[in-house]
Design a protein. Structure first.
Length: 122
C-alpha cells in the first residue's frame, strides 16, 4: 500500500491513519485494533515503525495495550483523536491555507462557489 507522503515521518502518518479510522468510526471506543504485526503487514512497513506509532498513540491516550490481549481504542479515543487532529489542523494547515489563498488571490467567494459545486455533486 503506497499511502505515505513526504515530508511527514511514516510513523506519524501511521498514527494519523489510526486517528482517521477512529474519527470515521471504523474502530470504536474500546474495540480491538490490529496488532503491530497485522498493521505492519497491511501497510507493508517494518513492525518497529508501527510500534513507534502505537507507543506515541498510547502517550496521547488514544490507544491502550492490554498485556497479552492486544491493543484497543482507549475510552474517549475518538474525542482525543478529534482534538489532536483539530489542534494540528489549526496549527499547521490553516495558516498555510490562508497564506495560499492570499498568494493566489483566491477570495472567500471563490471558495464558497467551489464548495457549493462540490456539495451538489456526490
Amino acid at each position: 500500500m503506497d499511502i505515505f507522503r513526504p515530508p511527514t515521518s511514516i510513523y506519524q502518518q501511521i498514527a494519523d491513519l489510526v486517528c482517521e479510522r477512529l474519527l470515521l468510526r471504523v474502530w470504536t471506543e474500546d474495540s480491538r485494533i490490529p496488532s503491530v504485526r497485522d498493521l505492519a503487514v497491511e501497510l507493508q512497513v517494518n513492525p518497529n515503525t508501527v510500534m513507534r506509532s502505537y507507543t506515541w498513540l498510547q502517550e496521547q491516550g488514544i490507544i491502550v495495550n492490554q498485556r497479552g490481549v492486544g491493543y484497543f481504542a482507549a475510552p474517549g479515543s475518538r474525542e482525543k483523536a478529534l482534538q489532536l487532529k483539530r489542534d494540528e489542523f489549526l496549527r499547521d494547515e490553516l495558516p498555510r491555507l490562508f497564506r495560499n489563498l492570499e498568494l493566489l488571490e483566491i477570495s472567500w467567494d471563490d471558495v464558497g462557489k467551489l464548495h457549493q459545486i462540490s456539495d451538489s455533486h456526490p
